[in-house]
Each structure stands twice: as C-alpha cells, then as structure tokens.
Design a protein around this ligand. Structure first.
Ligand SMILES: [Zn+2]
Ligand SMILES: [Zn+2]
Length: 286
C-alpha cells in the first residue's frame, strides 16, 4: 500500500484529535469499558467485525479478508490468507488509521482507561510501560498455545488496552489483521514482531502524551471503592439508551457491579449489540 503525504497527514491529524480528547483522564473507580468480543459489530456505526478465520455466525458465510463478517461490506485491505505482512511506514500509518473500523479495536481506542489500568501506567512510567508492552506482545504472539486468545484482559491492564486496540493481543487477531502466520508452529519474524510492538507503542504514546519517563507514586485504590447504587443505575441506563438507539457502542462503560448483560445480534444488514436482561438493580425498582 502506498499513501500520499497528505493522506498520511490526515490520518495522523485525526488520531491526534482522539489523543487530545482522551488524554490523561481515567474513569471513576469501579467503572470499566463494556466487554466487547472480537466477533461483535455495530455496522451501522462503521464498526465492523473482520475475523475472516473465525467460524461465521449462524446464517452467515465467511467473507474474504478485509470484508465485514456481518454486513459483507469491504472495509479495509487486509493481507489475504497466507500472505506475509507488509512492513514499512506506509503500512504502519495505514493500519494505524484503519484499526478503528473494527468494533473491538475502536472500543479500546475510544474508551477511557479504567482507574486500575491508568494507575499502572503512572506507576510504571513511560520507559517501563513500553518495555513491558514489548514483552507482553512477544509472549502473546510467540506462544504455541492456541488457547492464548482468552488471556488478554478486557480491563484492569493498560497493556491489554494497547494490545486489543492494535490487534496484538493474540496470534489469531494478529493473523487476520496483520498477516502473521496462523500456524502456531511457525513463529513470526523479528521484523514482524518489531512492527507490531511499534504499533502498540504508538498507541500508548497517543493515549499517554504526558506520561513521565520514570515511575510516579500513585494513591492506591481503596478496597471496595466504587460507584454508588444510583450511579451504577445511571450508567446502565446510558448504555441501554445508547444501544437501543443503535448508537456507536465503542467506548461505552459500565460499573463492574452492573448486572446488565450484553450480547451480539446479527441480521442480514449487519450486526449490533443488545442488552439481554433487565439489570438486577431495575428488577426490584419497578
Ligand atoms: Zn459490518
Ligand atoms: Zn486477540
């Protein structure tokens, strides 16, 4: 892929705006991004599901690489199966700009950090954060354990945010997004790993523009701290409202203690997310 200088500038400008909106403001204690799975989508909002290796949802057929597995639309250029990664600056900027077209990636670009994850970054400092991200990504992508996919946390780990955002969380995601070998017996090359670590580092730079190089002292979160009952309900209502109007689910948050369950739904024109049960807090209030 070749990008003109103005295309590159536009991508970086857009990402820079996101950085400024989200920089350095964690969620209140006990509130975390909703749990979104990589096979979920919200096609109406331009947040798709791209895993062309995943077994398709009931009634769906596998779409080619780069097409949404829910709506079938061509979304991005992804390497066809078996094709090695394209490395280099053009690919780097292009993929960086396109990650948010997939719902799970967009979620971790858009959600504020939960306080636990945010504090981790402060406690590590920039140098250690980058070093640890490098290690985690290599561990996730070099493993020969096919069940590794379940390992990256959905909240409470700053490095997991960077990994989900850049599709460096597991070999499966890195295979369909970046063209890493799908066969666990074939390790990715050092050049491929370095390219992917660089993606995650760039995400962390954008999200933590003011992070000190060295560790900072952080006030520990007191045990049992969390949002009040009415705040839990307010967040539930917000999520129910946004989802029932089929608004963009990327970046939505809930209290950890919320009883609200979310599930993906798939129709002929694409996918969306639905709350599947009345939250516990509401059941008694009626
Ligand atoms: Zn779609
Ligand atoms: Zn993954």
């Amino acid at each position: 892929m070749t990008l003109s200088d103005s295309q590159k500038a536009e991508i970086l400008l857009q990402l820079g705006k996101v950085q400024q909106d989200l920089a350095a403001k964690p969620l209140q204690v006990g509130v975390v991004p909703i749990k979104i799975q990589c096979t979920w989508s919200s096609c109406k909002n331009g947040r798709h599901s791209l895993d062309h290796y995943h077994r398709p949802a009931a009634g769906k057929v596998v779409q080619p690489a780069g097409c949404c597995q829910d709506c079938g639309e061509r979304i991005v250029f992804l390497p066809p199966p078996g094709q090695p990664m394209t490395l280099g600056d053009d690919s780097f900027v292009a993929v960086f700009g396109e990650l948010q077209k997939e719902l799970i990636r967009a979620h971790y670009w858009t959600a504020e950090f939960d306080l636990h994850a945010y504090n981790q970054a402060q406690r590590m400092g920039r140098r250690k954060l980058h070093e640890n991200a490098d290690k985690s990504i290599r561990t996730a992508l070099l493993t020969d354990d096919p069940w590794w996919r379940q390992r990256a946390k959905y909240n409470g780990s700053v490095i997991a945010y960077a990994q989900h955002a850049t599709a460096t969380c597991c070999r499966q995601c890195a295979a369909y997004w970046h063209g890493l070998p799908r066969d666990f017996a074939v390790p990715p090359s050092e050049a491929e790993l370095a390219f992917l670590v660089r993606l995650a580092h760039a995400y962390l730079e954008l999200r933590f523009p003011d992070l000190a190089d060295e560790p900072s002292k952080v006030t520990p979160i007191s045990r049992g701290a969390g949002p009040s009952h009415s705040e839990v309900e307010r967040l539930d209502d917000l999520v129910i409202d946004r989802l029932s109007h089929q608004e963009d689910p990327a970046g939505l948050v809930l209290a950890k203690t919320s009883g609200l369950q979310l599930a993906s739904a798939h129709g002929s024109s694409g996918g969306w997310i639905e709350p599947t049960q009345i939250p516990l807090s509401h059941a008694g209030a009626a």
